[in-house]
Design a binder for this molecule. Structure first.
Ligand code: AMP
Ligand code: ZN
Length: 113
C-alpha cells in the first residue's frame, strides 16, 4: 500500500526506532508511548486490521505473538504485559495496517476505556 505509514516504515522509507526485525515482521517503539514499554509489532506485508486476517495470511500472526513473548522477556516484563490490537472505528484504530501494541512496565486497568 503506497500511502500506508506502516508499509513505509517496513520499507525503511520512514524512520523508526527498531527493536526487532526479520523477513516477516518488524517491531519498533511507539511514537507516543502509553506505558514504560510500548512497542508496536507489525507484519511487513500489508494487512489492514484483525478484521482482514484470513486462513491465507494468518501464519504471520502466530509469528508476531512469538516475537511479542520474546520482546516481553527481553524487556523484563515478567510481572505481565498486555498485547492489544485496536480494530476499526469502534476499536480505536488510527493506523490502518495490522499492528499489535506490546505494553508493559506498569499495572494495566480493566476494562479499557
Ligand atoms: P492504533 O491507534 O491502535 O491504530 O495505534 C497506532 C499507533 O501508532 C499509535 O499508538 C501511534 O502513536 C503510533 N504511531 C503512529 N505513527 C507512528 C510512527 N511513525 N512511528 C511510531 N509509532 C507511530
Ligand atoms: Zn500497510
Amino acid at each position: 500500500m503506497s500511502d500506508c505509514v506502516f508499509c513505509k516504515i517496513a520499507a525503511g522509507e520512514i524512520p523508526s526506532k527498531k527493536v526487532y526485525e526479520d523477513d516477516q515482521v518488524l517491531a519498533f517503539y511507539d511514537l507516543d508511548p502509553q506505558a514504560p514499554v510500548h512497542i508496536l509489532i507489525i507484519p511487513k506485508e500489508h494487512i489492514g486490521s484483525v478484521a482482514e486476517i484470513t486462513v491465507e495470511n494468518s501464519a504471520v500472526v502466530a509469528h508476531i505473538f512469538e516475537v511479542a513473548a520474546k520482546l516481553a522477556k527481553v524487556n523484563g516484563l515478567e510481572d505481565g504485559f498486555r498485547v492489544v490490537a485496536n480494530t476499526g472505528k469502534d476499536g480505536g484504530q488510527t493506523v490502518p495496517h495490522l499492528h499489535f501494541h506490546l505494553l508493559g512496565g506498569r499495572s494495566m486497568k480493566w476494562p479499557p476505556g
